[in-house]
Design a protein. Sequence first.
Length: 174
Amino acid sequence: MKTKGQILAQRAIGRAGSGLYFIEDILPHSGDSTDRAYSRFWYILLSFSFELILNALIAFESKGATNEEVIKDIMRVKPPHDFEKLFKKISPELLTKVGFVSVKKQNNGGFIEYEVIVNGDKKIYVQDLIDVRYDFKKDKLRKLDPQEIPRIKNELQLLKSVVDNITRLVWVDN
């Protein structure tokens, strides 16, 4: 019998995966150059999907008997949307099983991002969900990255491998 946490984990990881596949589908249409408008939308969707990945893992480990109890376990992280704090709420055993090594919050030119290490030593950079959505409030622009498209393509493959690991785990019947 599936737990409420497992059911919510299945839903969250399904949505996270679909967001990553959507980004992968639209990347070829952007060419090889960086475009601030495209970049912002990729980063918002990538950040949203990454948060769903972490939420799926927290839900999967939750002992909550109702949807509300499982959601409370996810929402206990303050401030909300802090990926480093969400990451720390997940057991090291589960993180290792799905391929996560670490998530570290850092400042990149006045913008908050998270350096995510997966599959041993592979790096992914995920923008802070709040920061990327409200970057218009800052007096700066994000630095252009001439390698943005190839980097994002690589990061998507890495994240999709983590999503695949989680999907296999949460869809196993207990």
